[in-house]
Design a protein around this ligand. Structure first.
Ligand code: TXA
Ligand code: MG
Length: 322
């Protein structure tokens, strides 16, 4: 595809491209997805090629309602169903044992499938017109920051796809939380827009993220979600001792700094009143923006380690990994 993507709000047109086996970027409440027919090996191959994504990293299948899970998963345990009822449509992905007709290419050869009912009205309208699920990873190049606006998608994938369905700025701002029901006990695979506490409310025996460094969700690489600019995570108290050595440094902070260092070229505040939801909504957009400024270094101040703050710190840590 050498032509540039069209950006628009035409659901019919998006559906037509998808029926033709092409890819369309879709808005969700978390981040934009790069969508294709999840039952077509050709469309799936195009997704991996467009992103430059390793083929062993499985894709989430997006469906319009809970009833369609039965078309994709072999089992849907009661507890998983309770979670789905509580959070769908919304930022939760559930991993279940899969049915055999799903192409191996979509699941990275695993015998499980990740499913999600997203909450964005345009994408809900699109999904309910289709007779197939939409395989959709985040619509960024592999390892880069996930897009939260149509123009972020355009910057990374504008020359690789025909259409970007523009649903405005993503409301949640970070990816879905992933819970697997494919093992003996339910397990948290990725922290995201839903906090661990919220999941635990419905699934008290939830196993937490693997702490041994092994990769639970194949895509949970240590380095991920990265700006091109070097990034470092540093407590606010350490700023006073930091020597910028003439480098151009920007600071990304949850709330206002007690004292902004004179050497900082810019300080980006994510939530003046320190609300984690608001900070999540702004985080990736701020990272995209700061990445465009030609800074030498972005210093990110960590969030309080509670609730959604734990998910946000996870993203900062991955973004800063060298
Ligand atoms: O919010 C989101 O989840 C967004 C929107 C577009 O839905 N999607 C997204 O997709 O973040 P992606 O591909 O960037 O990340 C999905 C993660 C990957 O780490 C992948 O390895 C994991 O989900 N995953 C998908 N299917 C899986 C499965 N069957 N078992 C374990 N992990 C799985
Ligand atoms: Mg991603």
């Amino acid at each position: 595809m050498t032509q540039q993507a069209i950006i628009g709000t035409d659901v019919e047109r998006a559906a037509a491209w998808l029926h033709a086996g092409e890819l369309v970027a879709i808005p969700t409440e978390t981040v934009y997805g790069l969508a294709g027919n999840g039952l077509s090996p050709d469309a799936i191959a195009k997704i991996y090629a467009a992103k430059g994504r390793p083929s062993h990293n499985p894709l989430i299948l997006h469906i319009p309602d809970l009833d369609r899970v039965a078309l994709l998963a072999k089992e849907f345990p009661d507890e998983a169903k309770q979670l789905a009822k509580a959070f769908w449509p919304g930022p939760l992905t559930i991993v279940l044992p899969r049915l055999p007709h799903i192409p191996d290419a979509a699941t990275g050869g695993l015998d499980t499938v990740g499913v999600r009912v997203p909450a964005h009205p345009l994408t809900c309208a699109l999904l309910s017109q289709l007779d197939f699920p939409l395989a959709a990873p985040s619509a960024n190049l592999s390892n880069r920051i996930s897009p939260v606006t149509a123009s972020h998608v355009f910057q990374q994938l504008g020359d690789r796809i025909p259409y970007i369905l523009d649903g405005g700025r993503c409301q949640k701002g970070i990816e879905s939380t992933i819970v697997s029901f494919a093992e003996e006990r339910p397990r948290l695979l990725r922290l995201g827009s839903v906090s661990e506490e919220e999941i635990r409310h419905f699934v008290p025996e939830l196993e937490g993220l693997r702490k041994d460094g092994s990769i639970a969700a194949p895509g949970m690489l240590r380095k991920h979600y990265s700006p091109l600019t070097l990034m470092e995570v540093m407590g606010e108290e350490a700023l006073a001792y930091f020597d910028p050595k003439g480098l151009r440094v920007g600071i990304l902070s949850f709330g206002p700094l007690a004292e902004a260092p004179s050497w900082a070229e810019m300080v980006k505040i994510l939530s003046p009143n320190q609300h984690l939801e608001e900070a999540a909504h702004h985080l990736y957009a701020a990272m995209h923006e700061m990445d465009g400024l030609g800074l030498d270094l972005i210093i990110a101040i960590p969030f309080p380690e509670k609730g959604l703050g734990i998910s946000l710190n996870d993203r900062l840590k991955r973004a800063a990994e060298r």
